[in-house]
Design a protein around this ligand. Structure first.
Ligand SMILES: [Zn+2]
Length: 388
């Protein structure tokens, strides 16, 4: 069965302002890297559809959707805009913002339908992954929460149990709160601790509520966490949760902002984690879900050095291509190097001496180790409650 790559140049219409850190050019850069490397066949590329109001309303209030439409036409006053979380420095108003946002959501729904109708094994929508927005409020560059909508859609249309895996450096708060009391959706977020980073939530003790208690997991990592410690947390927690929850389908959010170069976060990972993250997701998909795996993008603010490679690696993993190394396709470098505002990435690997050793390395690793131990303890307790 083929895998599908959801793509349209119209993803560029989700655009706040020229100097805003959220820049969808990264989707084009990743797509172009894969194309020039000869890793995507024409037959695997599918355009996104536009999500209907009814679909968006699976999560968002109609009143909020109307406000986004009005804002995009320049018809919403400043005071009301602020109530809906838009018109802020983080999430400014832009022309036709409803249409642009509905296309990102539709892209994720297109990916879902391909996989769940059995027409694709895995599907990737790098235009999606906007995990911060809430029912009636935009937040952190996110207008409509495509992942939350897609999960509701999978529940209603297909009746499936969904595991949502979020490896963005920021807590996947919007998705977590959407399903906080729902035992048929398991959300897992690994992120930099909210102590100094937006959105501030995502502590280990956020575990769900009511019937959903025991189905929300958070692994907050210390600032300056490096590859080994990140992957230790991810591997251990992910395998245990998958064994505990036994999902029918997995949806992964692949923010690429845990990298050392990322300007908005303080984690110290390298490109190595972006090879490993989709690999483990892929294993889980085949072990529990008959391969059903939908992946979306997310954060990622070093668009010239990090995101194109990190996101390409998701697609390469989906297609069992694991031997890329050395120089990136030369025509890709040629195409983009003069447009890049920093020296563009030239190789699949990061430079060896990318950053100076961290003096507090051991202390950070120990802290993360304890956090993971706490998470594992919670998972095992949950399992006991189910078995006995
Ligand atoms: Zn992020």
């Amino acid at each position: 069965m083929e895998n599908v790559f959801i793509y349209s140049d119209e993803f560029q219409d989700y655009h706040f302002s020229p100097d805003h850190p959220f820049n969808q050019l990264r989707v084009k850069l990743a797509f172009d890297l894969l194309n020039k490397g000869g890793f995507i066949r024409e037959s695997q590329i599918r355009p996104p559809r536009t999500a209907t109001d009814e679909e968006i309303a699976l999560i968002h209030d109609q009143e909020y959707i109307n406000a986004i439409k009005q804002a995009g036409e320049g018809k919403l006053d400043k005071q009301s805009a602020l109530q809906y979380g838009i018109g802020t420095e983080d999430t400014p108003i832009f022309a036709n913002m409803h249409e642009a946002s509905a296309l990102l959501v539709g892209g994720t729904l297109t990916a879902v339908d391909y996989v769940l109708e059995g027409k694709a094994e895995h599907a990737l929508n790098l235009g999606g992954g906007l995990h911060h927005s809430f029912k009636g409020k935009a937040s952190g560059f996110c207008i409509y929460n495509d992942s939350s909508i897609a999960i509701k859609y999978m529940q209603q249309k297909y009746g499936l149990r969904v595991m949502y895996i979020d490896t963005d450096a920021h807590h996947g708060d919007g998705v977590q709160w959407s399903f906080y009391d729902d035992p048929t959706v398991c959300t897992v977020s690994i992120h930099e601790t909210g102590r100094y980073l937006f959105p501030g939530t995502g502590a280990v003790n956020e575990r769900g509520q009511g019937a959903g208690y025991g189905y929300s997991f958070n692994v907050p990592l210390d600032a300056f966490t490096e590859d080994e410690s990140f992957l230790y947390a991810y591997r251990n927690v992910m395998h245990e949760i998958a064994a505990y929850f036994k999902p029918d389908v997995i949806l992964t959010q692949n923010g690429a902002d845990a990298h050392y170069y990322d300007p908005l976060t303080h984690l110290y990972s390298t490109i190595k984690i972006y090879k490993e993250i989709p690999k483990i997701a892929h294993e889980i998909a085949h072990q529990y879900c008959n391969g059903r795996w939908i992946a979306v993008g997310g954060g990622g603010y070093d668009i010239w050095r990090v995101v194109p490679r990190a996101w390409s690696l998701i697609w390469l993993e989906m297609n069992n291509i694991r031997d890329v190394s050395g120089m990136l396709p030369l025509d890709w470098i040629e195409e983009w190097k003069d447009k890049a505002v920093v020296p563009i990435a030239m190789k699949w690997e990061d430079p060896d001496d990318m950053y100076k050793p961290i003096p507090r390395k051991k202390e950070i690793e120990e802290k993360n180790y304890l956090t993971v131990a706490k998470s594992l303890h919670i998972i095992r307790n949950n399992m006991k409650n189910i078995i006995y």
